[in-house]
Design a protein around this ligand. Sequence first.
Ligand SMILES: OC[C@H]1NNC[C@@H](O)[C@@H]1O
Ligand SMILES: [Ca+2]
Length: 444
Amino acid sequence: MAFPDGFLWGAATAAYQIEGSPLADGAGASIWHRFCHTPGLVHGGDTGDVACDHYRRWPEDIALMRRLGLQSYRFSIAWGRVLPQGTGTANSAGLDFYERLVDQLLEAGIAPNATLYHWDLPAALDDRGGWLNRDSADWFAEYADLVFRRLDGRVKMWTTLNEPWVVMDGGYLSGALAPGHRNLFEAPIVAHNLLRAHGKAVQAYRASGAHRIGLVVNLEPKYPASDAPQDRVATRRAHAYMNRHFMDPVFRGRYDAVLVRMFGAAWPAFPASDLDLIRTPIDFLGINYYTRNVVRDDAGRFPLPVERPVQRGATYTETGWEVFPQGLLDTLNWVRTRYGNPPVYITENGAAFDDPPVAQGGAVHDALRTDYLRQHLRVLHRAIAEGCDLRGYYAWSLLDNLEWAHGYSKRFGLVHVDYRNQRRTLKDSGAWYARVIASNGQCL
Ligand SMILES: OC[C@H]1NNC[C@@H](O)[C@@H]1O
Ligand SMILES: [Ca+2]
């Protein structure tokens, strides 16, 4: 099933998950450096101190990308390498790292797709309130402007934020992610400042950039566990809380009423002018899709009265996510119909499975991952046939890497990384994906 000519095939990573050397060459610590070095917060006490040592092995990793035949590579820029204190004096060694990376990607015929913020806020800014401080939008715009002026023209696809919902929910509500807050009143403030930061960065790009900029959101379709009214209501609330939460302000200039009602007194009165900033038009939307949610009302929990009943007969990944490719099609059609069919890239899709060890002769027979990817790519082909303006796909992830609070225990890579010696091994799924790219999806 061939994909349209020009469909962009890539793979994705993020700075703190792969680079290592978090404080090298003048870089400033991030909230994830702090979080990992706080005992008990990350599986096995794992940290990003070494990770995949990509900060030093990036030429080898670009060679891997060439072997896969990637047409594009989505990576993130570590804010603290570029601005160690988050604002003020730039660190030229940090900018140089990304400049060299970008130049070599272009040499290799691989289009860079740079994410400005993939969760690694400079710790110095968290000390000033971080995303709780309205000034965070200005800090982010200053950082974005610096990077645009240095790299635009070579980087022709930018995204401002990766998964602002996860930043809010994980970092400020559940506390599972940096900076580890658990405060219902902080969540809407953080979400709003992230969106303002996005808007200001897009405005900065319009002033100096000549190419394309977008936003990356994680979307997870919600399905009621039964037709019972309380399950349907709970499903609508879960949908508002995760999916409409960021999409509505960005594409429709207002927050979803269900969401506002859910938070009640915890929902601040935001000035209308903020929403005008947030809705600054973007050139494309990045969607990260992994799984769906089946929602059953669980009135005991707040603010999200939901529980996720296990689906009999379903396959689950190592991160507990149901394999449900239909959810990707439903999500893409929802975006098409509710938000005016914006240009979309799947900026992340993949799965962690309990891969077999590297076999003799160096092979990883990760059949479950190949099957997961194949099922989801087939759905994309249907989405295009049904009218979705789908421009490309990035597998998560190029490399096994630091899966945040899971540490290195969850492997998403097309390429296996042996953390004892940093040896990379192309998995069967990677070799298969290379064939998909070479045939523009014909072999699916
Ligand atoms: O959980 C898998 C991925 N999800 N999106 C954000 C990435 O940083 C994660 O590794
Ligand atoms: Ca804090």
